[in-house]
Design a protein around this ligand. Structure first.
Ligand SMILES: C[S@@+](CC[C@H](N)C(=O)[O-])C[C@H]1O[C@@H](n2cnc3c(N)ncnc32)[C@H](O)[C@@H]1O
Length: 396
């Protein structure tokens, strides 16, 4: 979408086209285009409205019903923080006493809007003119225009002296191709700028990729990994006065406001022992935050391999931080033996979990040629360096 098309979408004719597009979106695209044409919507406007309606539909996953009044670009939506994550971050900033915030590289404004919803005054800066215009429109649609100022410009030139806190979510995709950037030195704004911010503003938060190398975490910063419904979605560095402890894993649910948080140093090591009756598969936020040893201590559990994050215990304890399965069989990995065992147990459906195994689950599933009617969970892993499969069932 170009700025000009966005302008057209905001006219009375454009809004009517958006309404019409919303009614036909999600079905056959050719039929949808024909429906808009027969309603007299000009071709260019119809295409822009249909794209917007489709993006709004997809955006519901991140923004719920509010998506229906927001404006998106494909790249902006992909990079936008989910509302449940942005809201929680914003509440933490507010609880820390922040009342003015600069959002440097605000994208479509998901984080800026969340901060404004808590009452924080937000100065948002965005380099891309269309994205900045969309952020402004999104603030208006949310009724938050009084609390959010969007400036189109270079975030690195923004004077941070006038705000109490800074948030930066650098672009981690290449403009144009949309390909993911894994090297923080290629982020925009640059990693040097982002880490330099923490030195200039005592309350700085930086959103980073969940795969960030722990060695890049600035000394003294709190690194937090966030999962939503078991999917790892992001990491954030809380710097200066905002850092409360070294590492935090925050587990959120899309449809539930309460968060579970496990904290620690990230440097503890769990005890290694044998495979025991129950195996725990920790949430990816716990694993990435290097908090498996803390979880092991809570669960009275041990590892079976010092480098693999499955935990083993004699008792099953309810925990939000891991899924628990009961181990019924432990086999050194052999396709033949596993197939024979599953046949004997009449297993026809398997879910396959793996850590520390090079096996491809889908290929294994095919090779097992299961015929029974019973379910089972297979955990592919290593025990004392040996490839091992655990046959499991849900813990009672
Ligand atoms: C990951 S997105 C931000 C997403 C946002 N937090 C949200 O949830 O909607 C990063 C944004 O930073 C912008 N950006 C990159 N470098 C910038 C710079 N030097 N100045 C201002 N904006 C910049 C990009 O155009 C992109 O829209």
């Amino acid at each position: 979408m170009e700025l000009e098309q966005f302008g057209a979408l905001r006219t009375a004719e454009g809004l009517a086209a958006l309404d019409a597009a919303a009614r036909v979106a999600g079905g056959d695209p050719l039929a949808a285009a024909a429906a808009l044409r027969s309603a007299g919507v000009p071709g260019g406007l119809a295409a822009a409205a249909l794209t917007q309606a489709e993006l709004r539909r997809r955006a519901t996953r991140k923004f719920g019903p509010a998506a229906a009044g927001m404006f998106f670009t494909r790249a902006g939506l992909e990079q936008a923080t989910r509302q449940v994550v942005a809201d929680r971050r914003a509440r933490r900033l507010r609880a820390a006493g922040v009342s003015t915030l600069a959002d440097l590289g605000c994208g479509l404004g998901a984080d800026a809007l969340a901060a404004a919803r808590t009452g924080i005054r937000v100065y948002a800066v965005e380099a891309d003119p269309l994205t900045a215009a969309l952020a402004e429109a999104n603030a208006q649609a949310a009724g938050l225009a009084d609390l959010v100022t969007v400036e189109c410009g270079d975030a690195t030139a923004f004077d941070v002296a006038g705000v109490e806190a800074v948030f930066c979510d650098p672009a981690r995709r290449r403009a144009g191709t949309g390909r993911r950037i894994f090297d923080p030195n290629s982020y925009s704004p640059s990693w040097d700028f982002v880490t330099g911010l923490a030195e200039r503003v005592p309350r700085t938060v930086v959103k980073v990729a969940p795969g960030i190398d722990h060695a890049l975490i600035p000394p003294g910063a709190e690194a937090e990994w966030v999962s939503v419904d078991g999917d790892l979605v992001e990491a954030a560095l809380w710097c200066g006065e905002l850092a409360e402890l070294p590492r935090r894993a925050t587990l959120l649910k899309e449809r539930h406001p309460a968060a579970h948080q496990l904290t620690g140093t990230g440097a503890r090591e769990a005890v290694v022992g044998p495979v025991r009756r129950f195996v725990y598969d920790p949430d990816p936020a716990v694993v990435r935050a290097h908090l498996v040893a803390e979880l092991a201590a809570d669960l009275d559990a041990t590892l079976a391999d010092p480098t693999i994050a499955y935990l083993y215990a004699d008792a099953a304890q309810p925990t939000p931080y891991a899924r628990c399965l009961e181990v019924t069989d432990v086999l050194p990995f052999s396709l033949k033996r596993l197939r024979a065992l599953l046949r004997e147990r009449r297993v026809g459906r398997v879910e396959i979990l793996k850590r520390g195994s090079a096996l491809e689950p889908e290929r294994l599933r095919r090779d097992l040629r299961l015929t029974g009617d019973q379910p089972a969970s297979l955990v592919l892993t290593r025990v004392a360096a040996a490839p091992t499969v655990l046959v499991c069932r849900p813990a009672a």
